[in-house]
Design a protein around this ligand. Structure first.
Ligand SMILES: NC(=O)c1ccc[n+]([C@@H]2O[C@H](COP(=O)([O-])OP(=O)(O)OC[C@H]3O[C@@H](n4cnc5c(N)ncnc54)[C@H](O)[C@@H]3O)[C@@H](O)[C@H]2O)c1
Length: 251
């Protein structure tokens, strides 16, 4: 990973921050992006040399700016981790069409735009088949299986898994690999807020027991899988959705 140029969206918190921390520890150049400017400033204090870009992944111009920042500063983009997302909890009868659209705008369209502009930059890298690059999308167990209370959020994570497979096939012979990880429930800032929400404490207690390892995952455990898929160690792997879920999807 030394000197690899990596874009991470949603890097101010949770899984995205853990990915940024791990990639820096491996010697990569990290372009950390998020809506949360102060959160990015804290990350840059912790990881000197990190480039930060404040922006919204649901907005094409913002995503373009994130990718341009990598290319302008380092001359190219090697790796993109499409991680930014919102994770509402709720059944379909508690939500309306606007709630669905809000999630899809970030977790669906945002992931699409991140992949689109990253691939455009990677296609310009010279490598076997014309381009060179590696993308890791952050899907979820909710993007691979049905669950209670995830009717608003879960379908957007199926977009992440689906986009991964379509893009993997589309770009396989042009040097760009596209994979995903499907985390189980991970101890991030978002999950830490669940107990303050209606039904959140009960959801958390129930979901923890549904993981065969009977615990939540840690952001660093997801980052380790992202690192593997992004790196040349995974050179013959594309279109994979790797569960990082304590056995949840094996049931
Ligand atoms: N925590 C889990 O249990 C879990 C499980 C499976 C998958 N995931 C996925 O992991 C990813 C990260 O989740 P997390 O738990 O770390 O959440 P988090 O809320 O801790 O972090 C998400 C980050 O994304 C940023 N963000 C949100 N909307 C954005 C936007 N429009 N543009 C740019 N940045 C935006 C937030 O500011 C935040 O810093 C999400 O895609 C989520 O679906 C999380």
């Amino acid at each position: 990973m030394r000197d690899q140029v990596c874009l991470v969206t949603g890097a101010a918190s949770g899984i995205g921050r853990a990915v940024a921390v791990r990639f820096r520890a491996e010697g990569a150049h990290v372009v950390a992006t998020d809506l949360d400017g102060p959160g990015l400033d804290r990350l840059a204090e912790q990881l000197p040399g990190t480039t930060t870009v404040v922006g919204d992944v649901s907005q094409a111009a913002d995503v373009r700016r994130m990718v341009d920042a990598a290319v302008e500063r380092y001359g190219r983009l090697d790796i993109a981790v499409a991680n930014a997302g919102v994770l509402p909890l709720g059944e379909i009868t508690e939500a309306d069409g606007e709630d669905f659209d809000r999630v899809m705008a970030v977790d669906g369209r945002g992931m699409f735009l991140t992949c689109k502009y990253a691939i455009e930059a990677m296609a310009a890298n010279s490598g076997d088949g014309g381009g060179r690059g590696s993308i890791v999308c952050i899907s979820s167990i909710s993007g691979e299986a049905g669950q209670r209370g995830q009717a608003v959020y879960g379908p957007a994570k199926f977009v992440a898994s689906g986009l991964t497979k379509h893009l993997a096939v589309e770009w396989a012979d042009r040097g760009i690999r596209v994979n995903a990880v499907a985390p189980g429930t991970i101890r991030t800032e978002r999950v830490a807020r669940l107990p303050q929400e209606p039904g959140g404490a009960a959801y958390l207690a129930a979901i923890e027991k549904l993981h065969p390892m009977a615990r939540l995952g840690e952001p660093a455990e997801v980052a380790a899988a992202v690192l593997f898929l992004a790196s040349p160690e995974a050179s013959f792997i594309t279109g994979a959705v790797l569960p990082v879920d304590g056995g949840y999807l094996a049931q």
